[in-house]
Design a protein around this ligand. Sequence first.
Ligand code: HEM
Length: 280
Amino acid sequence: MGIVEWATSPWGQSVPIHVSFYLLWVSAIAGLLFLIGHAIWLRFSGPEEYEESARANAAALVPDKVPRHSLAARLFHWIMAAAMLVLLFTAFLPKVGVEFPWVTYHWVAGLVLSASIVFHVVHASFWLDFWSIWPDRADSEDGLRRLRRSLGLSAPPPRRFAKYPLENKMYHGVIVLAGLSVMGTGLLMMFRVRTPFLTRNPYLFGDMTWGWMYFLHGLAGVGLIALIMVHIYFAIRPEKLVITKSMIFGTLDRDYYLSHHDPARWGPEETATEEAAAGD
Ligand code: HEM
């Protein structure tokens, strides 16, 4: 029971054709186990403690509503989310027995996802703080402190977060890998299907190359099942609803900001400048 489905080409060569689709269940069950495990762990873990910072001085500068996501960033997020869900359902419903002509819906949603990803990369690189989503030294030091404390070992409390906690940064890194993989392979796979704007050309690559391309597309695709489940689980957890609300309205409440974020690492002035630069 491997992870690659093989077939024999007309020339008698053994070639990969798909990822083995039982993996969609492995991914869904792994996602479910993560949710259950996390919910149990959270039930029995104590409240987070943070190192004291100079936030009392900064508090006076913090507005009632702290800007967190610009309108452009929020639009990107929700367009991408809709495209992603359409892609997952059109790809995997037929694999679990719900037959319908899925391919056209799939590639149309694929083009929407690809366009929104390209927009996001340009927007985040030139208008937002590009580095805010990549782990830095303070994140790894604090991650180590949190790990030691959770194991009952001595370590000072971690600092409050900058704009994004380390877990969010790591999640983003993984979703970038999976997202770019489905996008890159999916765009090339458009040559295999009939579309109004491309001349179909299944001979663009050999059987072996196509096979690995379909495999990678499917592998990243099944991985996205667990990733999206985890993302939606966090979005609807009661203590995270405030973050989800900020993805709709764009701002964080002052109290939440002061209790979870370190103004020295992600300041209200910095966020205001970022918004002004984003122009919305
Ligand atoms: C969440 C993201 C995505 C998931 C889960 C996903 C999943 C899948 C799966 C499981 C297949 C069947 C592969 C196979 O038969 O081996 C497939 C095929 C395909 N996907 Fe995606 N995909 C995603 C994104 C995209 C994107 C971004 C595009 C285009 C830009 C795209 C275009 C295609 C095309 C053209 C096919 C081939 C259909 C065929 O040959 O019949 N997909 N996708």
